[in-house]
Design a protein around this ligand. Structure first.
Ligand SMILES: *Cc1c(COP(=O)(O)O)cnc(C)c1O
Length: 386
């Protein structure tokens, strides 16, 4: 029996995407590949709703996407504000510091997000070059009030970097309309491509800030100066080489982005919301509590759920025994106390019911008192009415 992978990345991928990985590898300057790469770059802009942006597609994971933003936008001594909602915000602070930033953090208790007003109080004191926000913090399932935060950053003239690794193409985001400067992600989450690609869309304002640097970027591989001519060449239909692109992954990206755009961004965001609501109804029906403290800060791309009384991390193995792969906790303070279910990319009602059913069976087997079928019924009701 093949398990269904429902962790917060990697996720289940579409057959057409996987077929692109299995195709004979084209040369990276083959005209057919140049066409595919150029189209993938254009499609990335559309998926991020960022027509004015410069897209970058680089071999690496989401952490490299974070590092690309930090390495190119921070110079030693620059001040940066990190809106901290968990594990990946900590990582962003570390990256910015490594590139010389003086980092101020605005945090919140696990499960909460700082309000835009609170963040604005810091921004109003002035002096920040950059603000970093984790759109969905995968360690807590917290969705930041990203639109208000981006707009606050814009108002105070700071560059706003949004880590969308667990959000891009799953959570509503309008990069150009809201005024975000960098939206960064990785291939293996809601973008729907196996791990291996760092993806960024960068605003003209951020490209300008990078051009005005006084000091060189402290990494050759991460330097936009190396990658910009490559991205521009591929988009213009010309061959170029800096470092060999992961040809098959780029082909797979083009296929997945094409599927995403065929669904339509608003329809896709709405589907993720509907599936998330069905999961929330199921957790409630089983008397489970989620980490995010309110619906307003609950992600639509994953659920982070506390184990009930008497149940521990062995639940993850029990759920796998029922055919669904879920993840344990990740937040350093709480990681033994909750589990996570990813619901990104092509997740539909069938997957929701299968996952809820597996968690319900595993919980009952672990001794949790819950009426068999109550969670599945609650999810079904939400799917029917939502
Ligand atoms: C997964 C994730 C990352 C890291 O991505 P990798 O591909 O594991 O390097 C960064 N930020 C967020 C919000 C994530 O969910």
């Amino acid at each position: 029996m093949r398990d269904l992978l429902m962790i917060p990345g990697p996720v289940e991928f579409e057959p057409e995407v996987l077929q692109a990985l299995a195709a004979p590898t084209l040369g990276h300057t083959d005209p057919a590949f140049i066409t595919v790469f150029g189209r993938a770059l254009k499609r990335l802009r559309e998926v991020c709703l960022a027509p004015s942006s410069q897209p970058f597609v680089v071999s690496g994971s989401g952490t490299l996407a974070m590092e690309l933003a930090g390495a190119n936008l921070v110079e030693p001594g620059d001040r940066a504000l990190v809106v901290n909602t968990g594990y990946f915000s900590d990582r962003m602070a570390k990256i910015l510091e490594r590139h010389g930033a003086q980092v101020t953090q605005v945090g919140a208790k696990p499960g909460e997000a700082p309000s835009a007003d609170e963040v604005e109080t810091h921004l109003a004191r002035g002096g920040f070059k950059l603000m970093a926000v984790t759109h969905v913090d995968t360690s807590t399932g917290v969705l930041a009030p990203v639109e208000a935060l981006v707009k606050a950053g814009r108002k105070h003239g700071v560059l706003v970097v949004v880590d969308g690794v667990c959000a891009t193409a799953g959570e509503s985001f309008h990069q150009d309309a809201w005024g975000a400067d960098v939206y960064l992600t990785a291939s293996q989450k809601a973008v729907g491509v196996p791990p291996g690609l760092a993806l960024l869309t960068v605003s003209p304002r951020a490209m300008d800030a990078w051009r005005k640097r006084r000091t060189p970027v402290a990494s050759v591989y991460a330097d936009w100066a190396e990658w910009l001519p490559i991205m521009e060449a591929y988009e213009a239909g010309k061959p170029a080489y800096f470092a060999t692109p992961p040809v098959n992954l780029v082909c797979a990206l083009d296929v997945s982005l094409g599927q995403i755009l065929a669904e339509g961004m608003e329809a896709r965001f709405a589907r993720h919301q509907r599936m998330a609501r069905a999961f929330r109804a199921a957790w409630r029906a089983m008397g489970l509590r989620m980490l995010p403290v309110s619906d307003a800060v609950t992600a639509n791309t994953l659920s982070a759920v506390y184990y009930p009384e008497g149940v521990d991390a062995a639940l993850v193995g029990r759920v796998k025994g029922q055919g669904i792969v879920v993840a344990g906790g990740l937040h350093p303070e709480l990681k033994t106390r909750y589990f996570r279910v990813g619901h990104m990319n092509r997740v539909g009602p069938t997957d929701v019911l299968a996952a809820v059913g597996a968690v319900e069976r595993a919980l009952i087997a672990a001794g949790h008192r819950s009426e068999p079928g109550a969670a599945v019924a609650a999810a079904q009701t939400a799917l029917v009415t939502g």
